[in-house]
Design a protein around this ligand. Structure first.
Ligand SMILES: Nc1ncnc2c1ncn2[C@@H]1O[C@H](COP(=O)(O)OP(=O)(O)OP(=O)(O)O)[C@@H](O)[C@H]1O
Ligand SMILES: [Mg+2]
Length: 619
């Protein structure tokens, strides 16, 4: 993968950096939470040239983090030096612009020693094994120990001496989730290393992630690693990419446009093996898909950028998660054009059809939607009230359609019937439907002009509001599946699903773990059919992952309901009969928030007669 691979001195001699270099290093807190300690320790193991790493944690890493590697190890002389601030074996010639390893500051171990009880046992060839301990910054004497070549570093009781910081830790589950994400990211960056993550909480031993060592860091090995960590589905639905321009190489896997996700949780970027969360890179990926994917969907991708170390500055942020490229525009264009090319080869294209001029004349509907008992509107509309007592269109054709309707060639027997219909509904805010076009848009006519309604977006909103109502009273209608659907997920995904299992069952989604890598879906909300369950669960996973750390349960409930609504709504592509269209419009008029779909896009736009006339040069 990276021809500028890790190079550390084989002797592993640790030396103190001098003052001028120290001052250049991006200062800051190295350890914010258990996951950041895990990241530092694993990176040290990778830098030590290991091929197997085991991570054991307890209580979300709060009481125990133990990282065991089979790397180079440290000698008894180096052990105490490793614990000094700014002592490192990695910064060659003190050159911060030529960094070939994850570490370079010599800050991680002393920081860990200051915030928890640290024990290092290390065996370096020819020196035997030794142990050293640090307690609240106090370093013990070295004593002989027993272990094979490599290093074990154990951090217990993180932040025990600083209760203020202890308070900022999140729940055990979310800390464990953050650790799992960290291990996932690091394991994707180094397929040639085996990883095992074990949860040791309460003296038990639960394997969370285990990946075998791949033979190298080639694209084929990356693919195997990705499918193990991100799931088979990702590798089945992605395309490999491998482009080089002016010494910068971009490889990895990017998803097909149809494999859009609900959040950017499944986007991984690595710069010379280092995982980064860089706004520019995220933006370039989005731009690459802008023609193929709606704005509220996110591509999944694992992108590896390899370049000469002096092309990129990693010393920008204490967490080293941001980078600065010498030629940011060049990197952006490599990503955008590289991805577009591979997508084009796969034959997926989409195009936009609306002319800018016509768009300019259109506007989002701004007038107030009436409530069910809005007298003003009721009076204005000639023959109708909003209470469902419709003369032509009874409630049983409301748009929660259970079956597929066939388009009817003629919805009206006579011209008069049609004229009466238009006259009757034209005075309603959303007017009388006159046609469906593009298999998704209803065109309707009201007294101001025409309204174009996105049937999927609109119906999604109605279903969402209805589900929210039902959820409030714990009354979501469910259907049991005769044969439970067995779906495969990766281990970390299963972890999240099981965590939310009870909540999901309140929304009508009953799941149970089924073997190590699968779940069985036993009940689904009645509004859905079973075809799209897998995609729905993936979307829910993305939502939950996205909201993991910050948001309230209510927000999570709504996010899940919104996903269910999306999958339970009439799709674009469904032909609708006039009465179905009419009933959809009337229901929209009675539903709060029906002006936007669940993703904030408008459900309908209006073009005033005067605007149409202007477009035709009549005004
Ligand atoms: N698992 C390990 N195996 C072998 N040597 C290690 C291991 N962990 C740490 N070391 C040695 O201890 C030194 C200090 O580690 P530390 O993580 O504090 O600093 P660093 O990795 O050099 O820089 P950074 O602060 O950027 O991580 C390293 O330079 C390395 O020589
Ligand atoms: Mg380090």
């Amino acid at each position: 993968m990276n021809k500028y691979d890790h190079k550390i001195s084989q002797k592993n001699v640790i030396k103190q950096l001098d003052e001028t270099v120290i001052n250049k290093i991006a200062a800051g807190e190295v350890v914010e939470r258990p996951a950041s300690a895990v990241k530092e320790l694993i990176e040290n193991s990778i830098d030590a040239g290991c091929s197997d790493i085991t991570i054991e944690v307890a209580d979300g890493g709060k009481t125990l983090i133990r990282v065991i590697d089979d790397g180079l190890g440290m000698s008894d002389i180096d052990l105490p030096i490793a614990l000094r601030r700014h002592a490192t074996s990695k910064l060659l010639n003190d050159n911060l612009l030529n960094i070939n390893s994850f570490g370079f500051r010599g800050e991680a171990l002393p920081s860990l020693g200051a915030v928890g009880r640290l024990r290092i046992i290390s065996h370096n060839e020819g020196n035997g094994a030794h142990e050293i301990n640090v307690n609240g910054g106090k370093i013990s004497d070295i004593k002989p120990a027993a272990r094979t070549l490599g290093t074990t570093i154990e951090l217990r009781d993180l932040f025990y001496a600083t209760p203020a910081r202890l308070k900022f830790l999140r729940s055990t589950k979310s800390e464990l989730k953050a650790i799992t994400d960290t291990v996932k990211g690091l394991s994707i960056s180094t397929p040639n290393i085996a990883f095992t993550l074990i949860d040791k909480t309460g003296g038990k031993s639960r394997k969370i992630l285990q990946v075998q060592k791949e033979k190298d860091v080639s694209l084929a090995s990356i693919k195997n690693r990705l499918s193990r960590v991100l799931g088979q589905d990702f590798s089945k639905n992605s395309i490999s990419i491998d482009v080089t321009r002016e010494d910068v190489n971009l490889t990895g896997y990017v998803c097909l446009p149809t494999y859009a996700r609900a959040s950017n949780a499944m986007q991984y970027f690595f710069v010379n093996s280092r995982q980064v969360r860089d706004k520019q890179l995220i933006g370039a990926l989005r731009a690459a898909y802008s023609d193929f994917m709606p704005r509220d969907r996110f591509p999944a991708a694992a992108i590896y950028i390899n370049c000469r170390p002096d092309f990129v500055d990693v010393n920008v942020h204490p967490g080293k998660s941001e980078v600065r490229f010498r030629d940011p525009q060049g990197i952006r264009s490599l990503i955008v054009t590289g991805i577009r090319q591979v997508i084009a080869i796969e034959g997926h294209r989409s195009s936009s059809t609306l002319s800018t001029a016509a768009l300019g004349a259109m506007r989002e509907q701004t007038h107030q939607m009436p409530s069910a008992n809005n007298e003003q509107v009721t009076k204005n509309s000639k023959n109708m009230d909003y209470n469902g007592n419709k003369r032509f269109f009874t409630r049983d054709v409301e748009p929660a359609f259970q079956e597929t309707w066939k388009p009817s060639a003629r919805d009206f027997q006579t011209k008069d019937e049609h004229a009466n219909f238009i006259e009757e509904f034209e005075s309603f805010p959303l007017g009388a439907p006159i046609a469906q076009f593009g298999a998704n848009y209803i065109i309707s006519q009201n007294e101001d002009g025409i309204v174009i309604i996105d049937q999927h977006a609109a119906h999604e909103r109605l279903v969402y509001e209805k589900l929210k109502e039902q959820a409030k009273d714990n009354k979501i209608e469910v259907q049991a599946l005769l044969v439970p659907e067995i779906l495969e997920f990766s281990e970390p995904e299963i972890l999240v699903l099981i965590e939310y299992k009870d909540n999901l069952s309140k929304y009508g989604l009953k799941l149970n773990q089924f073997g190590i890598n699968s779940i069985a879906v036993q009940e689904i909300p009645a509004i859905l059919n079973s075809e799209n369950i897998k995609k729905l669960i993936f979307d829910i996973l993305d939502e939950l992952t996205d909201l993991e750390n910050s948001d309230t349960l209510e927000k999570k409930i709504n996010a899940v309901l919104s996903r269910i609504a999306c999958h339970g709504s009439i799709r674009s592509g469904r032909m609708l009969r006039t009465e179905e269209m009419n009933s959809l419009l009337r229901e929209m008029e009675n539903t709060p928030n029906s002006g936007q779909c669940n993703h904030g896009r408008p459900t309908h736009i209006s073009i005033r007669m005067s605007d149409i006339e202007r477009l035709f040069g009549r005004r």
